[in-house]
Every structure is written in C-alpha cells, then in structure tokens.
Design a protein around this ligand. Structure first.
Ligand code: GN1
Ligand code: MG
Length: 367
C-alpha cells in the first residue's frame, strides 16, 4: 500500500507537519481505495493522519483542501455558537512548517495532514442495531451542520462523481476497446449492467427537473468513515472530507446504506452470500431521520429507495468498468480484485431489489 514510498522519506514528509517533538512512527492506516494513508505518531503531540492524495483522481488537490477549510470553519463556528449535548469532532487540516495546507515533495506528490480523532475507532462491518442508529445519526448530523452552507461555496473537486449516466458512458467506452474473457462472473456482470441501463439516470433526472435540490454532501459516507468513541461507543465524527462538494444527499443516503447494510462487507470473496439487511436499514434510517427530518422534503423520501438501489449498482458498475479497463482507478491487491468487488455490489443490488416493498415500508414507517 505504501507503493514506492520509502520509510525514511515518509518520516521526513511527516516531519513537515510536525509542530513540536519528533516523528516516532509512520504506519499505513485504514483501507482507502484511492489515497495513501498513514498514521503518524509524534513524541510530544497528538497523533495525526498523513495522506498522499491520488492526483490522478483529484486533479486539483488544492481545491480539495480549500473545500475542507471552508467546511471545517463553517462547522466549527456552528458548533461553537450552538454546542451539541454530546461529543462531536471535526477533523482539522494541519498546516505544514511553511504554513501551507499541503506539502509537495521532490517527486511532485501532494501530501496533507489531518488531525486524528483521539480515542476513536471505525468499523468495516456493522455489529449492532445501536451502532447502525449511530451511523445514521452521524450522517444526519453531518448534513445538518452544513444545511446552512450554500453549495456554491464549495468547488466541484471531482467532476462526474456519482453521476451514474457518466459512469455508464465510460463503461461503454471501455467495453468498446477491450475483449474481456467471458467467465461466468464476467457474464453475470455484463448482463447485470445491461438489465439496469434504464435505472442509471433516475437521480440525475430528478436533479435536473428540480425535484431534488442541489445540496452539499459528504460523497463517501461509508460505514468506516464514521468514527466511534472507544469508551461511550457513540459516533463522534465523520471523516474523509475529500468529496465534500455540491451534490445530492441521496448519494450519501445510498452510500451509507449500501455499505452499512451489507453484513458480509464490500471486500468479501463470498459474493454469492451477499444480502441487504433491512433491520440494519431501519436502524440507520431512524438514526438519520432523528436529525435530518427538519430539512427533508416529501420528494426526498420518494427517491430514497431509488438512491439505495442506484448507489449500490453504481459502485458495482464503477468497479466492473475499472476491472475491464485494467485497474486504473481503485487500488487493487490482485488483477481480479475489482471484479470481485463488482460482484458484491451487484449481488447487493439484487437483494435490495428483491426487498423493495420492505424497504419502502421502512421508509414510510420511520419518516
Ligand atoms: C473510494 O478511497 P475510499 O475508500 O475512501 C471511492 C468511493 C467508493 C469507495 C468504495 C473518490 O473511497 O466513491 O464508494 O472507494 N472514492 C472515490 O469503497 O472515488
Ligand atoms: Mg473516500
């Protein structure tokens, strides 16, 4: 995961963000698919997260940092003016020694440092109903805290992100240039995409027609981007702010549920057994709506099921297209990795579809 980065280089880079004390340790951290992430331990100050931004994906990383600043300043001010009655933290951008939001190394790599939320942990798989409700609460709180920040205040740092029709277009372009080996798994994926063509534009059409308003979103609120206090077991932060930008809250709702309600996890090899757990879905939505009800409209509820189904399908499509193209976007551990991930998301979509009535009933019951 560290790619071609040498440990002594890493220490020197981490040192660029160390205000006092010495870097004691730098270790790969988390399971991100795009950036390289490290946890830095420092002798005197609190630990921090060091990341090398994948500039093939984030073409204008300075804008990512600018968005992050705008976001954290807005939320910190709101929390100061109206404190919550529970712990809630915002990850902070740590300045480099020359007081920049980032550091560019000799190879041109873009590095940045973010505060580590102390005494917290995250999970790849849901363990309980309480945890599910907390995940929902965390996303609701995240949306709530930016509901009064105008979408125009943040830049579009990743063009086309969550625009399903564009992923479909890219997929077709890839298919036109490659000849995949038609294994049963590849055939399943090809047929799955074929069957879901008409689903792709559903949220974009709702956005264009004004049924769903453009709002600020997190963009990637998957289960392991929610931090939990290690002692109270309550959610205390939503991290990974790279894709906070204008979009639809439905992308977030869909992403939170597709990742939270898959008990096998998105990295399972056993894709045939993947299901969407509607009990967890209910808990997450309850937690979410406890905070988000205030700013949701009737149309927002109407498109909730579609969002859950679409974002699972979309991620499958993104993984499958990347597999066919030769694994350029998502980091992989082996050449079939993105195919395995696509199968998981397609199977999850199938399970969502099979439970459409139950999911719609849950949405009606909790709203
Ligand atoms: C990527 O790198 P990571 O794990 O934070 C991806 C998300 C996907 C996710 C799937 C910018 O996020 O959209 O949902 O993988 N991020 C980007 O695990 O494409
Ligand atoms: Mg991310």
């Amino acid at each position: 995961m560290t790619g071609n980065i040498k440990t002594d280089n890493l220490t020197a880079i981490a040192d660029q963000f160390t205000q006092t004390g010495k870097v004691v340790d730098v270790q790969p951290f988390g399971s991100g698919n795009i950036n390289d992430t490290f946890l830095v331990k420092v002798s005197t100050q609190q630990n921090f997260v060091l990341q090398r931004i994948n500039t093939q994906v984030f073409r204008q990383p300075q804008l990512v940092m600018q968005n992050m600043r705008t976001f954290t300043e807005h939320v910190s001010k709101r929390l100061q003016n109206t404190p919550l009655n529970r712990r809630w933290e915002v990850p902070n951008v740590l300045p480099s020694k020359d007081i920049q939001d980032y550091y560019t190394d000799a190879n041109g790599s873009f590095w940045r440092a973010i505060s580590f939320i102390e005494a917290s942990e995250s999970f790849d798989i849901m363990h309980s109903g309480e945890q599910a409700r907390e995940i929902g609460y965390a996303l609701g709180m995240f949306h709530n805290l930016i509901s009064d920040l105008s979408p125009q205040k943040l830049a579009d740092t990743l063009k086309g992100f969550h625009i399903t029709p564009l992923y479909l277009e890219h997929y077709n372009e890839v298919l036109a240039t490659v000849t995949p080996q038609l294994t049963p798994e590849v055939n399943y994926c090809l047929e799955f995409v074929e069957k879901h063509y008409s689903l792709a534009p559903i949220l974009e059409n709702a956005k264009t027609s004004g049924q769903l308003p453009l709002r600020l979103m997190h963009g990637d609120p998957k289960i392991n981007n929610v931090m939990f206090d290690t002692s109270t077991k309550k959610a205390v932060s939503v991290i990974d702010l790279d894709t906070v930008k204008p979009g639809l809250v439905h992308y977030d709702i869909g992403d939170c549920l597709r990742s939270g309600c898959n008990p096998a996890g998105e990295e399972t090899e056993n894709w045939q057994s993947v299901t969407f757990d509607t009990d967890i879905c209910k808990e997450i939505l309850q937690g979410y709506l406890a905070v988000a009800k205030e700013f949701l409209t009737e149309n927002d509820y109407i498109y909730m099921y579609d969002a859950i189904r679409l974002i699972a399908f979309e991620l499958g499509l993104r993984f499958f297209a990347d597999y066919l193209a030769g694994n350029f976007y998502f980091k992989v551990k082996h050449p079939e990795h993105n195919l395995a991930r696509a199968l998981v998301q397609f199977k999850l979509t199938e399970s969502i579809e099979a439970q459409q009535a139950t999911i719609n009933k849950i949405i009606q019951d909790v709203k």
